[in-house]
Design a binder for this molecule. Structure first.
Ligand code: NAD
Ligand code: KPL
Length: 305
C-alpha cells in the first residue's frame, strides 16, 4: 500500500471513486467512521457500484481511523461539515509527504483542512460527476461529469494522475482550482437555495428569472471583488443553461432538505455572504436569501450551518 489509496467516507462519491480505483486493480482501502460501521461493512461482500443498471461489487478492504497503517494518499469523501473533524482524527497516520485530496463542494472546508496539515500536499477537487446511494454500501453513478484538481500553491500535476486515467476517472489538472470552486459555488448559490424556498425542480426557476438574474449580478460583483473575475464571466448565461439542462432535476440542496439531511449551506451561501462581509461588498439579496434559507431550515429542525 506504499502507493495506494485510502478513501475516507463510503458515501456516494467515496463509493464512486473507490470502486473505480479497485476495478482498475489499484490498491484501495476504505476508512470507516467506527467499529460499528466496520462490522456492518465486513458482513457484506464489499462496496457496490451501480453503473448503467449493472451492479458490480468490489471486496475493498476497510478499516477505522484507529488502524496503524501509514497513509500516503488520502481521498476525503465526506461532506464539507465533516471534513475538518474527520481529517483531524486521522492526521497522525499521514506520512511526511502525503497527498490529501479534498472532494468537498463549496469553499471553506478545504482551507480549514489545509491549515491543519502544513506538511501535506492538499489537493482541492471540484467535481461535477453525480452519484447517490441506493442502499447502504452501494452507489448509483447518476451523471457523467468532470473532476478538476489543483492545489492552492498552483503546483505542478502529481504523477499519480495516471492512476485516475487507468481507473477511468475523468480529471483535469488546473493551475486555478479556486476559480473552479468559486464558479461552482456561485452556480449552486444562484440555483439551490431558490429551489428549496420555492419547493421546485431546477427548471421551474424559469418562473423566477428576475430573482435569479439579480442574484447572479450580486454574485458576479462579489467574485470580482474577491479577485475571481474569471469565475464571474458569463455567470448568468451558465446559470440559465444549467437550469435548462437540469430542468427535470431537483437540486442537491432540495434533496438534502426533502430527506431531512443537513445541508452544506455554510460552505455555499454562508461562505459567499461571509466573504462579502469581509470584503465590504454589498450583497443585500444574497444576505436576505441566506436568512430565508436559515428560517426554512430551522422550521424543519435542520442545522442552519
Ligand atoms: P455522502 O453523505 O453520500 O457521503 C459522505 C460519507 O462520509 C458518509 O458515508 C459518511 O458516513 C462518511 N463520513 C462522514 N464523516 C466521516 C468520518 N469521520 N469518518 C469516516 N467516514 C465519514 O456525501 P457525498 O454525496 O458523497 O458528498 C461528498 C462531498 O462531495 C460533498 O461535499 C458533496 O457536496 C460533494 N459532491 C457530491 C456529489 C454527488 O453527486 N454525490 C457531486 C459533486 C460533489
Ligand atoms: O450542482 C448542482 C446541485 O444540484 O448541487 C446543480 C445541478 C448545478 C444545481 O446548482
Amino acid at each position: 500500500m506504499a502507493d495506494g489509496w485510502h478513501v475516507l467516507g463510503a458515501g456516494s462519491l467515496g463509493t464512486l471513486w473507490a470502486t473505480r480505483l479497485a476495478r482498475a486493480g489499484l490498491p484501495v482501502r476504505l476508512i470507516l467512521r467506527d467499529e460499528t460501521r466496520l462490522s456492518a461493512y465486513n458482513a457484506q461482500a464489499g462496496l457496490t457500484l451501480n453503473e448503467h443498471g449493472q451492479r458490480q461489487t468490489f471486496a475493498i478492504p476497510a478499516q477505522t481511523v484507529s488502524a496503524d497503517q501509514p497513509i500516503q494518499r488520502l481521498l476525503v469523501a465526506c461532506k464539507a461539515y465533516d471534513a475538518e473533524g474527520a481529517v483531524a482524527a486521522i492526521a497522525h497516520r499521514l506520512t511526511d509527504k502525503a497527498d490529501v485530496l479534498l472532494l468537498q463542494n463549496g469553499l471553506g472546508s478545504q482551507d480549514a483542512v489545509a491549515a491543519m496539515l502544513p506538511a501535506a500536499r492538499c489537493i482541492f477537487v471540484s467535481s461535477t460527476e453525480g452519484a447517490y446511494r441506493d442502499e447502504d454500501w452501494s452507489a448509483v453513478f447518476a451523471g457523467q461529469g468532470a473532476n478538476w484538481l489543483g492545489d492552492a500553491q498552483r503546483g505542478a500535476a502529481p504523477s499519480w494522475l495516471d492512476a485516475l486515467q487507468q481507473a477511468g476517472i475523468p480529471h483535469q489538472w488546473t493551475a486555478d482550482i479556486r476559480q473552479r470552486l468559486w464558479r461552482k459555488l456561485a452556480l449552486n448559490c444562484a440555483i439551490n437555495p431558490l429551489t428549496v424556498l420555492h419547493q421546485c425542480r431546477n427548471g421551474e426557476l424559469s418562473a423566477h428569472a428576475e430573482e435569479v438574474t439579480a442574484l447572479c449580478a450580486e454574485l458576479g460583483a462579489l467574485l470580482r471583488r474577491a479577485g475571481q473575475p474569471g469565475a464571474a464571466e458569463g455567470l448568468l448565461e451558465q446559470v440559465q443553461q444549467v437550469i435548462a439542462a437540469t430542468a427535470a432535476n431537483y437540486s442537491s440542496m432540495y434533496q438534502d432538505v426533502a430527506q431531512g439531511r443537513r445541508t452544506e449551506i455554510r460552505y455555499l451561501l454562508g461562505h459567499a455572504c461571509a466573504t462579502a462581509t469581509a470584503l465590504d461588498c454589498p450583497v443585500p439579496r444574497l444576505n436576505q436569501l441566506r436568512l430565508r434559507l436559515i428560517e426554512h431550515l430551522s422550521a424543519r429542525g435542520l442545522p442552519c450551518d
